[in-house]
Design a binder for this molecule. Sequence first.
Ligand SMILES: [Zn+2]
Length: 143
Amino acid sequence: MSSLLEVRETGKYGKGCFALAHFPARKKIALFSGEVVRGSRRIEARLRKQEAIKIIRLAEDYAIDGAVGGDATAYINHSCSPNAFMRVVPGDKIAFFAVRDIQPGEEITMDYRDPYHPEECKCGAENCRSNKKPRRTSQKKKS
Ligand SMILES: [Zn+2]
C-alpha cells in the first residue's frame, strides 16, 4: 500500500488517484493491488457487475480486481493523454510507471485500451479519441 497516492474527487469521473509526491519520468509509481481472479467466467461475471471497471486482465483467465483489497491505484482514471502507463512485472503483477514527471497534486491517469475505453470520454485532452471519433450509424449486416 502506497502512501504516495491519495483518492480524491475529480469532478469528472467521480473519484480519482492523485499523486502526493513527485514521480520522475519512467519511475515506478506503484503496484496495482487487488484480488487475483482466475478463470475467464469468473472474470467476466465480475466485469459485468462493476460500474467503474477496476479489473485489469492479464490473460484470458487471469486478472486482478482492484475492487477487492485494492488501494488508490484502483481509482486511476482514463485519459487519452495519460501521465502513466502500466506494465506487467515479474510475479504476474501490474505496476504503473510515470510517462513524464508528475508533480504532487496531479491526477494519475492512464490510457485504457479497448474494450475498456470509455464510450464518452471526458478526459479533456487535446488528442482525445472522443473528439475525433466519427459518428457511426448502426448498420449491422446480418447474414
Ligand atoms: Zn479522451
